[in-house]
Design a protein around this ligand. Structure first.
Ligand SMILES: C[S@@+](CC[C@H](N)C(=O)[O-])C[C@H]1O[C@@H](n2cnc3c(N)ncnc32)[C@H](O)[C@@H]1O
Length: 382
């Protein structure tokens, strides 16, 4: 669901009418628990190519300026794109545009507060995300260390693509050091680590190489933790924020996730993904903005929280001039699904400061004025 997963209402209706019901199904061999868990993992790993495809589409249609998106799209992704009809392709692209714009704004506000002081970002399930390269190219003087974590199969294909890309290699501050198995990459400021995040939920979590435990750190989960059981997702956050980082280090979590699973659109979204063996484990526990805010507080991000759906990001965070530019790209007003889609994804953020004798209010300073639907300084209630 890397890309906003748009329920295809027409095909769902066809299925309900029996058109696809039982197609090709004979008696089934029993599936072992292990195999079915492995198959689910494969499906989750594959969501990254959906994200890559949507990014390429978004760039091709002119929504986003991202010269690095195509570096990571496989031939398979590119071939799949024309199969989407215009409406779905445009909705997906606008969804990707809004989500990227919303997350970029929060991240930039953090990175540009207290300029000159070091900052760290840990991107959970980063996949083929290009944000680091976009940041590096637009703000080369940032004192930023960027960590990306994903399964080895995804990190190795990303690293191979980086090695083939002169544009990215020339952007990196140093020639990267790559592990002998090709799954991890390191420069002084950019690290790709191959890791199953679930191992961070164990009582003896593996270390995260090259992490500075006292640098203010933003944890980013752009459609990643949602695939994990809620207790595992919480344990991962606890490990990162209190074990790998010193518990007094300023730390924030920014989430992009689906919400509102209980209405018709939400139910269809969940069932479409389930039919691809993709399960949104945390969604039942955090179905709306209010529960996401409670989640952030409980996870220790207690200095402040905010939440918006992506419809709010479009209406309130995107400037009028930018709306006009994007609106001129396609006849988006035609698309009924668009409003529904944007209302079913959220961006939520929460943070802790360092108090005491040496206070560090970097996140409070960065996000004090951010307009929120729930929480934040201008929250309107759930
Ligand atoms: C929907 S994609 C999002 C990719 C990227 N964050 C983006 O928005 O473009 C979800 C990513 O999370 C990764 N992921 C999910 N569960 C993970 C786990 N247990 N360990 C490591 N990565 C995981 C997947 O492999 C995939 O790359």
């Amino acid at each position: 669901m890397a890309a906003p997963e748009i329920p295809n209402l027409k095909s769902l209706l066809a299925q309900r009418r029996g058109g696809l019901r039982g197609r090709g199904r004979g008696p089934r061999a029993p599936i072992s628990h292990e195999t079915s868990e492995a198959a689910k993992d494969e499906a989750v790993k594959g969501t990254d190519q959906d994200a890559a495809g949507s990014r390429v589409s978004c760039v091709e249609l002119g929504y986003l300026d991202d010269p690095y998106a195509k570096v990571f799209a496989t031939q398979q992704t590119v071939r799949r794109l024309p199969l989407l009809n215009r409406e779905r392709r445009s909705c997906r692209s606008l969804g990707t545009y809004v989500r990227t714009t919303g997350l970029d704004q929060l991240i930039l506000q953090f990175l540009t507060t207290a300029p000159g002081s070091p900052k760290q970002i840990i991107s959970l399930g980063a996949g083929t995300d290009t944000r680091y390269f976009r940041l590096l190219s637009a703000y080369p003087s940032l004192d930023l260390t960027y960590h990306e974590i994903d399964f080895p199969c995804n990190t190795s294909s990303k690293i191979a693509a980086i090695q083939r890309s002169p544009a990215i290699l020339s952007l990196l501050s140093h020639p990267p050091t790559i592990s002998t198995d090709g799954t991890s990459l390191s420069t002084p400021t950019y690290h790709i680590t191959a890791l199953d995040l679930r191992t961070l939920a164990s009582p003896t979590p593996p270390p995260l190489p090259n992490l500075n435990p006292s640098t203010p750190t933003l944890l980013l989960s752009e459609c990643c933790l949602v695939y994990l059981p809620p207790t595992t997702a919480s344990a991962i956050l606890t490990t990162l924020s209190t074990h790998h980082l010193s518990p007094t280090t300023p730390c924030a979590l920014v989430l992009y996730e689906p919400v509102r699973p209980h209405d018709a659109f939400g139910r269809t979204m969940v069932s479409n993904l389930k039919s691809r063996n993709i399960h949104l484990h945390t969604l039942a526990t955090y179905p709306d903005l209010a529960s996401q805010i409670t989640r952030l507080k409980t996870a220790g991000f207690d200095a402040g929280q905010g939440g918006v759906d992506t419809g709010f990001v479009w209406r309130e965070w995107v400037s009028e001039a930018e709306k006009e530019r994007v609106g001129a790209l396609e006849m988006l007003d035609e698309f009924e699904e668009l409003g529904l889609l944007l209302g079913h994804y959220c961006v939520c953020w929460g943070w802790r400061d360092r108090g005491g004798e040496e206070p560090d209010l970097v996140f409070s300073d960065a996000w004090r004025g951010v307009k929120a639907q729930v929480g934040g300084t201008t929250g309107e209630g759930a």
